[in-house]
Write a protein that binds this ligand. Sequence first.
Ligand code: AMP
Length: 190
Amino acid sequence: MLNIVLFGPPGAGKGTQSERLIGRYNLVHLSTGDIFRANIKGETELGLLAKSYMDKGNLVPDEVTINMLKSEVSKHENAKGFIFDGFPRTNAQAEALDAFLASIHSGITMMVGLEVAENELRERLKKRAEVSGRPDDANPEVIRNRISVYNSETAPVKDYYEKQGKYVAVDGIGSIDDITNRLYAAIDTI
Ligand code: AMP
């Protein structure tokens, strides 16, 4: 299996780039944020719970997120691999993902990190708010919190994969096509 963690702060372009990667490598795209938003739309119990965290820009608790992710992976028995977008976001999630993939005789192939400076992220999120309809993009206070949560809880996940020799950095500034080509080049080194 080719299992890629697409990593980066809010606004780095993970969703946009994931859509391109799935076509080229024939992977299943699992975005925990998208799954939570679908649950909010469907007014499920999980959606209601997730919303209370997402609206503030906080992380949904690990246990809830991990269980949801496992159940999504299990829905795709014949997948050639996955792009994990927005997951793992804590070291506990990374450890749980490793253990789960090991239990199905698989593992993470690599983490590709889209690196974008913080001032650029703020600009992108402000622009995205005009089209995304996402309440967590529209509120500057929530954006600040999401970036701060990223720095304190999620950034360490990069070290987790770096220690395993699996982290590859990709410059996330430039045109969407340029960034896609950099991602292809990084992934094609495997
Ligand atoms: P995203 O679409 O990846 O920007 O995620 C939007 C929001 O969903 C985040 O700010 C979190 O509240 C929640 N979320 C998404 N993925 C995770 C995760 N792996 N762990 C915890 N919360 C998450």
